[in-house]
Design a protein around this ligand. Structure first.
Ligand code: HEC
Length: 164
């Protein structure tokens, strides 16, 4: 027992095993280290690509509306705007009262039955048309071009109702 003290290598077989281990171990450690460094920096996995696309995608998308193509479902915001069409009162106070409230520029005054009677007699379709497209000193949509045709019609309806 005592003469074997001092070394763990006792046979040629053990010597070979130790030599092989001494050669392989540093290489394995180096490979693991390289894997650790490069592995953590890789970004070409599908998950990462998706998250990058999410972060760099544009805020809005341009939707081209073709005449014949079926209209795509409008975005929620568009529906909200369309659903909130102005009432006849709102349209009148915003775009018509300036002239029709005072008779400015020769406009038939609101509620003036005599002034409105011959105009109403033309039929409401003509009045709509004149209010939307303009008529003599009456500018198209009263100058409020942002109003929809339906909103202008609501304004006309109000004017006609008040002239009765
Ligand atoms: C800048 C002034 C002005 C504004 C604003 C205005 N109008 Fe007029 N409007 C006139 C004048 C002037 C006439 C008369 C035109 C004429 O017969 O010579 C008129 C006429 C009309 C008529 C009668 C048309 C006809 O065939 O006799 C209607 C309907 C009418 N306006 C609707 C409206 C409505 C609805 C609005 C608001 C959306 C509006 N107007 C805003 C000036 C205005």
């Amino acid at each position: 027992m005592s003469e074997e003290h001092g070394t763990l290598i006792k046979t040629p077989k053990q010597l070979i095993v130790v030599c092989v281990l001494a050669l392989v171990t540093p290489v394995a450690i180096a490979l693991l280290g390289a894997q650790l460094v490069t592995g953590s920096k890789r970004i070409d996995t599908t998950e990462d690509k998706k998250s990058v696309e999410q972060r760099v995608k544009p805020v809005g998308e341009l939707v081209k509306l073709e005449g014949a193509a079926p209209a795509p479902a409008p975005a929620a915001g568009v529906v909200a705007v369309a659903a909130k069409a102005k009432s006849g009162d709102e349209v009148y106070n915003e775009a018509c009262v300036a002239c029709h409230g005072t008779g400015a520029a020769g406009a038939p005054k609101t509620g003036d039955k005599v002034a409105w009677a011959p105009r109403v007699a033309q039929g409401v379709a003509t009045l709509y048309d004149h209010a939307i497209k303009g008529f003599k000193a009456m500018p198209p949509k009263g100058g409020a071009s942002a109003l929809s045709d339906a909103e202008v019609k609501a304004g006309v309806d109000l004017l006609v109702a008040k002239a009765k």
